[in-house]
Design a protein around this ligand. Sequence first.
Ligand SMILES: [Zn+2]
Ligand SMILES: [Zn+2]
Ligand SMILES: [Zn+2]
Ligand SMILES: [Zn+2]
Ligand SMILES: [Zn+2]
Ligand SMILES: [Zn+2]
Length: 186
Amino acid sequence: MAVCAICAHPAPLQCSACHSVAYCGQEHQQLAWDKHKRLCKILQKIERGEPTPDPRSYCGLCGKTKGPLRVTECCKKTVCDDYENYVMFTYARNSCSRNHDRYTTCSQHHQEGHRTDWKSCIKCDDGFEAELRAWYATNSYNFIGDIHPNPPTFSPKSCNECGRVVKQGAEPNAWLPGGILCKSCM
Ligand SMILES: [Zn+2]
Ligand SMILES: [Zn+2]
Ligand SMILES: [Zn+2]
Ligand SMILES: [Zn+2]
Ligand SMILES: [Zn+2]
Ligand SMILES: [Zn+2]
């Protein structure tokens, strides 16, 4: 099954307009919409075989064309040049540039100086929890068409206190010896 673009958990719900992204449920589909809506139009054109705008003319993560735009160091893709949106220590995920640089295998792999294609890198697989590895390789901070086609599978973890499934990539959480806590129980 496809994995959710927001949390990497199994995703039965597909975007009905472009059929190119999937979600675990409506909550994450709604969360994604603000950034997906512009890309969705482009993806629909691709699906219909219509001409699409030059990829250098818009951010590959949110579809904005107004800029300023820059090119990523790792994969040379066009992205919003928006580091200044991020306020130190807030951990907000409101900068396309920072999100790609911080939360993707593509960028981590490049920063580590690995030379192979990141999708087949065995060094990146090492010592990193499967759920987070899957998330880093498939989340919506990756560029469409450059998402890991075959991410690691994992068993979702449940909160030690309330038993709710914790979607590690998508929500704050805390690791304990022998367990995990969700954001409400932290
Ligand atoms: Zn999800
Ligand atoms: Zn769509
Ligand atoms: Zn952007
Ligand atoms: Zn990259
Ligand atoms: Zn690597
Ligand atoms: Zn909990």
